[in-house]
Write a protein of this length. Structure first.
Length: 170
């Protein structure tokens, strides 16, 4: 126990981040980076959580997008929040799953003249914020979510993900 010298004792953050690689695309960041970005975004809002990051190919993402969003074609990231019944008590809350399409994220990075690493970091942060309950359906919601994402990205050493052009680490 810490002596009270102006310091506060706080419990360490606990995050379980399961990574599932369902594709062997040319560029996928190291699992340690994927976890780092997710933990950093989670740490702004909660002290413990469990999430799954699933990296998929185009076929799986297309199927998920059409099945769960009723939208044709590919998308870059989907988030699937998990709802825990009130009577179930967990030491670490399960937030849900984030599914990222490697093919789309890498193509977007090139098209938007961003480094793949920066764009991947943004997709992880974006997916985490969806699991935390943020959305961008309305302009006011989008502004809040984008502001928070930009703050996190800058704290991680990246530029504003919503600006076009080169998005190298700072």
């Amino acid at each position: 126990m810490l002596e009270n010298r102006g310091l506060r004792h706080c419990e360490p953050c606990r995050y379980n981040i399961d990574i599932q690689l369902a594709t062997d695309h040319d560029y996928i960041p190291r699992p340690s980076l994927l976890r780092k970005w997710a933990k950093f975004a989670l740490g702004r809002k909660i002290k413990s959580a469990e999430i799954t990051l699933r990296i998929v190919d185009g076929k799986e993402m297309k199927d998920l997008n059409e099945t769960y969003r009723q939208k044709k074609g590919l998308t870059n990231v989907l988030s699937f929040p998990f709802t825990i019944p009130d009577e179930v008590k967990l030491d670490i809350p399960i937030l849900g799953d984030i599914v990222i399409c490697a093919e789309v994220v890498n193509r977007e990075a090139e098209e938007q003249k961003k480094t793949p690493e920066a764009h991947w970091a943004h997709m992880i942060v974006h997916g985490v914020f969806h699991l935390l309950g943020y959305d961008h359906e309305e302009d006011s919601e989008a502004q809040i979510m984008e502001t928070l994402e930009t703050e996190i990205m800058q704290q991680l050493g990246y530029k504003n993900p919503y600006e076009t052009g080169e998005n190298e680490s700072s």
